[in-house]
Design a protein around this ligand. Structure first.
Ligand code: OGA
Ligand code: MN
Length: 200
């Protein structure tokens, strides 16, 4: 945990390998849903416009989906408290979805705090692909705000990537095989249209 805090302070992101064991990943995968919905960008955006930007399918995480999901959410809560102790981010709540990328699916370069999601401060992406090899593609390419490529991350099982949502544009390269991840965001709540923006 200290490594995460130090890395967030110095570079704004952290790659946490073996965040979960393969057994824990398998337990999480057994909670994968049967039904998936076409991903949207903002929660209120149209699906059609989105298809050219991202082609994955998602399902929002909820504790009722199983013990492994509950455990995952508890671990995120530990991170939330720890980060709040060290930084003035005021992280308030966590929202996350499973994502399924089928062969050919991608997500073009974007920031996670786009319109409708301005309150996202810290992003987590967790990977669940135990047989991943180079030729499988689907890497996460991470950029800085000057558009310099920082790294290409393999979506390897057990790996958690944590980064400041406003600092790092990123994209998912087309995958050559089925690819599973959990993307999540710690949000602050703010005021929008004169109303307190509580998690919807
Ligand atoms: C996202 C995202 C990355 C991934 O859902 O916003 O960038 O590797 N996901 O799944
Ligand atoms: Mn993203």
């Amino acid at each position: 945990m200290q490594k995460l805090i130090d890395a967030l302070a110095t570079q704004g992101y952290f790659v946490w390998d073996d965040f979960l064991s393969q057994k824990q990943v398998n337990d999480l995968k057994s909670c994968l849903p049967e039904t998936w919905t076409k991903a949207r960008i903002g929660r209120n955006d149209e699906v059609a416009r989105e298809s050219s930007i991202r082609s994955d399918k998602i399902h929002w995480l909820a504790a009722e989906q199983g013990i492994a999901v509950q455990d995952f959410l508890e671990r995120m809560e530990v991170i939330r408290r720890e980060v709040n102790k060290h930084f003035y981010l005021g992280l308030f709540e966590y929202e996350a979805h499973f994502a399924k990328y089928e062969k050919g699916d991608f997500y073009q370069k974007h920031l996670d705090c786009f319109r409708g999601n301005e309150n996202r401060r810290l992003t987590t992406v967790f990977y669940m692909n135990d047989t991943w090899e180079q030729q499988d593609g689907g890497e996460l390419v991470v950029y800085d705000l000057e558009d310099r490529e920082l790294m290409k991350l393999a979506p390897k099982s057990g790996r958690l990537f944590v980064f400041l949502s406003e600092q790092f544009p990123h994209e998912v390269l087309p995958t050559n095989m089925e690819r599973f991840s959990i993307a999540g965001w710690f949000r602050t709540n703010g005021v929008k249209n004169n109303l307190l923006d509580i998690a919807q």
